[in-house]
Design a protein around this ligand. Structure first.
Ligand code: SF4
Length: 185
């Protein structure tokens, strides 16, 4: 590949800023947002069929690594994106909540599929009717199951949120109020 071809490959979209001869200047917030959004470490909390779609999303055909998220983490303390995929039984609720609490800030959550978003077709006594009853959710991916393209779309939406999030958001009153709503301080 020639030098010219390499220089035209866009590795990550440039944030807003000022360019001149030999320099590019942007705000700290935008630089941090750029780094965070392109290096999300997902924690897959897969309990049933939607987890299989996630496996396809990670495999070579769809390859989530193209979006900087190929490094999965099964340790909550070393991940910043909780992906809940599948039916969550009420008995599993406290476990999910504990996993969320153990994740370090800043952290984001995607509810993948109808079950994680709303309980899906399982309107029964034993199934949690949406994970947002116990933890805050940033993006919902519809479908039963959602196709890998939809899961990728959810990741892109999260990237948009992460890239534009204010560095002060986690200390804001609004965020504290949200945490209080879930009895998390
Ligand atoms: S949304 Fe559908 S595919 Fe996904 S876990 Fe529920 S029943 Fe399975």
């Amino acid at each position: 590949m020639s030098e010219k071809q390499i220089s035209t490959i866009e590795i990550a979209e440039m944030p807003e800023g000022y360019t001149g001869k030999g320099f590019f200047a942007t705000s700290m917030e935008k630089a941090v947002g750029l780094a965070r959004k392109n290096s999300l470490w997902p924690l897959p909390f897969a309990t049933s069929c939607c987890g299989i779609e996630f496996m396809a999303t990670m495999a070579s055909h769809y390859d989530l690594g193209r979006f900087g998220s190929e490094r999965l983490s099964f340790s909550p303390r070393q991940s910043d994106l909780l992906m809940v995929m599948g039916t969550v039984a009420k008995k599993m609720g406290p476990v999910l909540r504990e996993v969320y609490i153990q994740m370090a800030e800043p952290k984001w959550v995607i509810a993948v599929g109808a079950c994680a978003s709303s309980g899906g077709v399982f309107d029964t006594y034993s199934v949690l009717q949406g994970i947002d009853r116990i933890i805050p959710v940033d993006v919902y991916v519809p479908g039963c199951p959602p196709r890998p393209e939809q899961i990728i779309d959810g990741i892109l939406k999260i990237q948009e949120l992460v890239g534009n999030e204010s560095l002060r958001r986690r200390n804001s009153q609004e965020y504290n109020d949200l945490m209080k709503k879930y009895n998390m301080e």
